[in-house]
Design a protein around this ligand. Structure first.
Ligand code: CIR
Length: 254
């Protein structure tokens, strides 16, 4: 969670048509831009150097730059998003990734969304989901091995879009997680703080250097984290939540 750099992509006007599971209405373009602007500012204030990519009208979900790639200080891995309308985002981001990294690998089989990947001090967890296939996860484990990292397969709860929709890393040995995810025992050996009932959406928080970004619609989670000693930066997410996104999705951090 110590990052010097982050890659972001400006929202396109087509973001209003972003993918979603249940229709809770379209977000507005202006609303998404406002949430993105506040996120970008919070990243800068947290001490991160930003690489901001231009909007891509042909890909409504391309603001969620976390999904087509995975980045580490030592290199990047191009992924293959598992939604048909998002597959082309890999090619779209590849040239920017090549500019920023000397080592760039690519998964050659199956599908993996970056939203299913949680980097912990021990290992890189890869959640199987409707977007991330076993074949893709295996291909990713091989790429990770080439840059000296260990990948492990884990399960995403049913009806949850991404593994990281339900969890985030708060520090080296503490996770924020929904109860439905942690009952699987996936975080055994780590401290787990559970999102209060009704605030499951807060689990996709984001630790960036000394602060934790948390959705501002989740007061109980914010208080719980503050009481636990974290410095919380509440950020509005109600627009991006309409297209199933949270705080990790809008950046690639390294
Ligand atoms: C999608 O369904 O792909 C987008 N509407 C939301 C992606 C959120 N990304 C993420 O959690 N990494």
């Amino acid at each position: 969670y110590n990052f010097n750099n982050a890659i972001l992509r400006r929202p396109s006007k087509s973001v209003v048509n972003g993918l979603r599971d249940d229709n809770r209405g379209n977000p507005t373009y202006e609303g998404v831009v406002a949430e993105h602007d506040a996120y970008l500012k919070a990243m800068e204030e947290a001490g991160v150097n930003l690489h901001i990519l231009p909007a891509l009208e042909e890909f409504p979900d391309s603001i969620f730059v976390e999904d087509p790639a995975l980045v580490f200080p030592e290199g990047a891995i191009l992924l293959r998003p598992g939604a048909a309308t998002r597959e082309g985002e890999t090619t779209a981001i590849a040239k920017d990734i090549h500019k920023l990294f000397d080592t760039v690998l690519q998964i050659e089989a199956g599908y993996v969304d970056g939203g299913d990947i949680l980097n912990t001090p021990d290992a890189v967890m890869i959640g199987l989901s409707a977007r991330t296939t076993r074949e893709g996860a295996q291909a990713l484990i091989e790429c990770l091995a080439k840059i000296g990292r260990k990948g492990v397969l884990v399960e995403t709860p049913a009806n949850v879009l991404h593994f990281k929709s339900d969890c985030s890393l708060l520090d080296d040995n503490t996770m924020l997680s929904t109860k439905r995810l942690s009952v699987s025992g996936v975080f055994e050996g780590l401290n787990v703080l559970h999102t209060p009932d009704g605030e499951e959406g807060a689990a996709n928080a984001l630790r960036v250097n000394d602060v934790v970004f948390v959705g501002s619609d989740f007061p109980q989670t914010i208080k719980m984290l503050q009481d636990a000693g974290y410095s919380v930066v509440p950020l509005a997410t109600s627009q991006i939540a309409k297209i199933d996104a949270g705080l990790s999705c809008m950046s690639l951090r390294y």
